[in-house]
Ligand binder design. Structure first.
Ligand SMILES: [Zn+2]
Ligand SMILES: [Zn+2]
Length: 183
């Protein structure tokens, strides 16, 4: 997702350029496979310090369900709004002082911007820690591994742990009751 912005950088503040995105890319991340092309639209606008880029990208990930381990496809729309600053003066070609802010991306020596890194960061923020194939995924039986979305198994439900939770709750309740009567 590389765009040459030399002309835009020579333009007046407020000038903008729009572009469609239709590309196949993979992010350099484990467990984050992109399926099919990225489709999107961005607007690059000349601002005082450099460029403001905003727009959207639709893409589909191949994710693994945290509960049942099934691989599923998750479409996602990612919104972008990023600032870019030049590393070289577009007229003189002289190097500019380094960019201080860490939320600003560089316009490279060839007057190009690459939206891949900005998009990668937004994607990592957008993908939840727990990825579910569906909201009410029943997961796998902890004892025999049966996918409980597909059917039930004959394992005994684990009553023991539930009983102990109940006992703890009852004990707490009793303790509170005792405190009350003492007050
Ligand atoms: Zn699942
Ligand atoms: Zn089971």
């Amino acid at each position: 997702m590389i765009f040459n912005v030399a002309q835009l950088m020579k333009s007046l503040v407020g000038t903008s350029l729009e572009a469609d995105i239709d590309e196949e890319i993979q992010f350099d991340e484990e467990d984050l496979k992109v399926v099919g092309p990225l489709i999107g639209h961005v607007r690059m606008r000349r601002i005082n310090q450099g460029l403001l880029v905003d727009g959207w990208v639709d893409l589909t990930f191949e994710l693994t369900c945290t509960r049942c381990l099934k691989v599923f496809e998750q479409p996602m729309r990612v919104l972008l709004e990023e600032r870019f600053q030049p590393t070289l003066d577009v007229i003189t070609g002289m190097p500019l002082p380094p960019i201080k802010e860490d939320d600003v991306f560089p316009i490279d020596d060839h007057h190009q911007i690459d939206l891949t890194e900005a998009l990668r960061q937004q994607v990592l923020l957008a993908i939840p820690m727990v990825t579910l194939c569906k909201e009410d995924c029943k997961g796998l039986c902890a004892q025999c591994g049966t996918d409980l979305n597909l059917g039930t198994c004959n394992c005994e439900p684990e009553v023991d742990s539930r009983m102990s939770i109940l006992k703890t709750l009852l004990a707490q309740h009793e303790e509170q009751a005792i405190h009350k009567t003492h007050e």
